[in-house]
Ligand binder design. Structure first.
Ligand code: ATR
Length: 276
């Protein structure tokens, strides 16, 4: 049976095996999909061994997306530009690297009827998560994109990849009017040093009033720290990134198997905990 896996650290709670097994069942594709936990310095050895033993494709998650981009024989232009690979496929025996996070986000926003075109976007954070989605958002033709980050230089480096539509700003003292705010910081998720709410909150709650707010992170119940903050602040609409996770997986599945699985029923069953 064709073998696939997700490689990362930590990986115990990854939903990717559930998602890909559901896609396989729905499309009638026969495949096996496992979790590969890798030690911090173990990505290359494990990936090498996986393909040497006949593996067909890998998903790559934190913290290895950057390393995967350097490791593959060839990274697709979009993945090379953001320096991050989340999907590896084999073509003629060579490893090819893709990044499906950006398309995953755009498809989830589309599915939830949230427009990007012509809108004023605020991206919070300038790490790997934001780097991976920036190009896909810019391609959807927003009116403007502001990248706000605690470390301004990282936001500036991302903004430099694009023209005048994309500008960098420090997090502190951030103001302006936005239509869609996207959180890509790890605050409250893997980073407990910060908080969205409270007096020392990351950004002023006034920024979110009446605004659509999306978190690149997810929880099955949707209640991520950013989503809870945005709701309290008076956001018009709030979503975590579970839909993006399913959509990026569907894009990876299509690369590997040449079939696009359907996503929205699966998303509903993941939310309700009834996915097999
Ligand atoms: P990832 O690959 O998940 O994006 P990362 O590259 O470590 O992880 O980026 C984490 C993001 O969260 C960064 O934008 C980081 O800000 P800095 O670039 O200034 O480090 C942001 N972040 C993490 N903890 C934060 C905090 N307490 N306050 C503000 N921003 C924080």
């Amino acid at each position: 049976m064709d073998r696939y896996a997700v490689i990362g650290n930590p990986i115990e709670h990854s939903l990717s095996p559930d998602i890909h097994r559901a896609f396989a069942a729905e499309t009638g594709e026969r495949l096996r999909y496992d979790k590969l936990p890798a030690p911090a310095d173990g990505f290359a050895d494990l990936a090498e061994a996986f393909f040497a033993q006949g593996g067909c494709g890998l998903n790559v998650t934190l913290p290895f997306k950057g390393e995967a981009c350097r490791w593959v024989a060839q990274a697709q232009p979009a993945a090379a530009r953001c320096g991050a690979v989340n999907t590896i496929a084999l073509e003629g025996g060579r490893t090819l690297g893709f990044n499906t996070d950006g398309i995953g986000l755009v498809r989830d926003l589309e599915a939830q009827a949230v427009p990007i075109t012509g809108r004023r976007l605020l991206l919070i954070g300038a790490g790997g998560a934001v780097s991976g989605i920036l190009d896909a958002l810019v391609e959807a033709d927003p009116a403007s994109v502001r990248i706000a980050n605690r470390t301004l230089a990282k936001a500036e480096a991302l903004a430099e990849r694009h023209g005048a539509t994309v500008a960098a700003a420090p997090l502190e003292g951030l103001d302006g009017r936005f239509d869609l705010i996207i959180n890509g910081t790890s605050v409250g998720v893997s980073d407990s040093s910060g908080d969205f709410g409270g007096a020392g909150g990351l950004i002023a709650p006034a920024l979110a009033v009446g605004v659509q707010c999306y978190d690149l992170f997810y929880r099955r119940d949707g209640q991520t720290p950013f989503c809870c903050w945005a709701k309290r602040a008076g956001a018009a609409w709030v979503s975590d990134g579970l839909g993006m996770l399913v959509e990026q997986a569907a894009a990876a599945f299509a690369i590997w198997r040449g079939r696009a699985p359907s996503t929205r029923d699966l998303l509903r069953s993941l939310r309700s905990g009834t996915a097999q």
